[in-house]
Each structure stands twice: as C-alpha cells, then as structure tokens.
Design a protein around this ligand. Structure first.
Ligand SMILES: [Zn+2]
Length: 314
C-alpha cells in the first residue's frame, strides 16, 4: 500500500453528464499512442505494451550503468525522480469501479455501469502503470480497480487465491497524483509488493505454527524469498526509527513497506556511494542481476512516459 504523505490538493471535478454505455461490457480504448507504432529516431516500438522506448542494450548486472545514464539524463531535464508532495485528507475509502485487464489487447473492460468519460480517466490511470512496468513483470495482475480515498494512493492484493495464475489486483486512487515523480515512486512501490508477495515468495498455505522460514505480517515468507533475504540483511537487529536507516518516513511502518519504498528508490536514483544504512539497503537490490536489468527496463520506459506526461501538462 502507499499513502499520501501529507493535504491532498482538492481538485473539483466538474460533474460529467456522459450517458452510461448500454452494452453489457464496457471496453476501454487501447493505450495512448498504441495505434501509432512509429517511434522517434533511436527508439524502439515495444509491441507487448504498444509503446516506444529507447532500446535496452544491456543484460543483468551490466545494466547498472545503463540505468545510471538514464537517471542522469532524466534528472537533468525533470529534477529529482523521487520528489513527493501529496498530503493526506480524511476522505473515506470507496471503490469506484473494477476492471478486468486484457493484456493481449492492452485495454481494460468491465460489466459495471461506468460512463465513457469515467472509463477514459480510469484507462489513463491503468496505462500510466502499464507503460512503466514491463508486461512480463506484471503478468499476474488481472484486475484493476479505481477508488477514492484521502489516505491511500495505491495498493495491490491477491483477489482470488484459488486461481493458478492472474489473480492479483492493482488499485489506484482516482485523484491523479500531480507530481510525475510521485506517480513513478508509487507505481514502482506497488510493483515491489507484487514482486515480493507472489507464490514463489510466500507459502500461502502455511500458518504461524507450520511456517519454518520467516513469519511476518501474518505471512510465511519462503527461505529464498526477497523479503527473507532483506530481513536477514537488515532486520535481525532492531532498526532504529532514524532517517539514516530509511528512504522515507513511510518505509518505517513495516519490513514490506521498507522493501517497497527502498526498491522504488533503487530504481529511481543513482547507485549510492556511502555506507549509510539506508544506502546499504539500496545496494541490496544490486546483488540481483534480474532486478538491475528490470530497473534499466523500467527507466528506459520512463523516458517516453515522462515525455508524454509532460506533454499533457502543457
Ligand atoms: Zn506499500
């Protein structure tokens, strides 16, 4: 989960009088730019997500430098990629709409009664996430929900434990986050939860008594899970509530939130050079070649994601 850190700027949405669609199933348009598969020079068309991005020209741990170069370039144009400003309000949580994710056609659909206007807004929120996070890394998300809340920015959870694959839900706040950097931190944070909570990470059939690996947050994390390794590296002794130990205040709330926040900062900042505890936490992720490569893959998508986002603001 991710929460506002501080007074959400209330944007008065003008009531929209679009008629609800009459069909039983409402299907969104495909991703923005998807029909136009002509990319700028030195960019590559990614057919799976129907987006353009610079080509990924590295593998595994070698991708660290590739990622740093993109960060340097993006920071030069946009400033910090981890800046946040949203502030919490007391608005209650309510789900507005829930959609099935159609990975093959890059669209979302629902049988619920939503207007075209609402669906367009919600599809934009989904594509914001789907653009940044490669499809191969989010294959098991099958549901997308939009909610209102003064406190929660986004969350992921397992929606159907009985299903073998594709049983996770991503929920995001209807109030679009104003800062592009905060949106990226939030989406990458939620992705980190997904990464650390899949079946290969957690034994969902184990209870506290039968769990022989790591029991935290009422879950049994497997011996070879990311969270278990993270725990062994940083949590066998008490973690002081000190800024030197966490990338953000929200990271102090639990190991899972610390993991997700630190992962987002690992993706969106350059490799740390000090031995501060918080930097050592960020270095944890550099030990995984697959995550270093994934970081680079997310960052190259951020290049065109930010261009599109900034273009919309002007
Ligand atoms: Zn979280």
């Amino acid at each position: 989960m991710r929460k506002w850190v501080g007074l959400l700027l209330v944007v008065m949405l003008i009531a929209c009088s679009d008629e609800a669609l009459l069909d039983d199933v409402h299907i969104s348009d495909v991703a923005e730019g998807a029909v136009e598969d002509v990319c700028a020079e030195q960019q590559q068309y990614l057919a799976e997500e129907m987006i353009c991005a610079p080509p990924l020209t590295c593998e595994g741990q070698q991708c660290a430098a590739f990622g740093h170069a993109i960060i340097a370039q993006l920071q030069h144009v946009y400033g910090s990629l981890t800046e946040e400003e949203s502030i919490a309000t007391d608005e209650a949580f309510r789900i507005i709409a829930s959609y099935q994710i159609d990975l093959q056609h890059e669209r979302i659909e629902t049988e619920e009664d939503v207007s075209q206007h609402e669906m367009d807004l919600h599809a934009e929120l989904w594509f914001d996430f789907a653009w940044l996070i490669p499809e191969y890394a989010r294959f098991d998300l099958n549901t997308f929900e939009v909610f209102e809340s003064g406190e929660t920015l986004a969350h992921v959870y397992m929606n159907n434990p009985e299903e073998a694959v594709g049983r996770w839900t991503l929920g995001v706040n209807e109030e679009n986050i104003e800062l592009a950097s905060e949106t990226m931190v939030t989406y990458i944070h939620e992705f980190a939860h997904l990464l650390s909570m899949r079946d290969e990470e957690i034994d969902y059939y184990a209870d506290k008594e039968s769990c022989t690996s790591l029991w935290i947050d009422d879950l049994c994390f497997r011996d070879d899970s990311y969270i278990k390794h993270y725990y062994d590296a940083f949590y066998t002794t008490a973690q002081p509530d000190a800024v030197d130990y966490y990338v953000s205040e929200y990271a102090m709330t639990s190991i899972s939130e610390d993991f997700a926040e630190t992962f987002a900062h690992f993706v969106l900042t350059e490799q740390p050079t000090t031995t501060r505890p918080v930097d050592e936490k960020m270095m944890f992720f550099y030990h995984y070649g697959n995550l270093v490569e994934l970081r680079a893959d997310i960052l190259r998508r951020a290049v065109t994601w930010l261009e599109a986002r900034v273009a919309l603001e002007y």
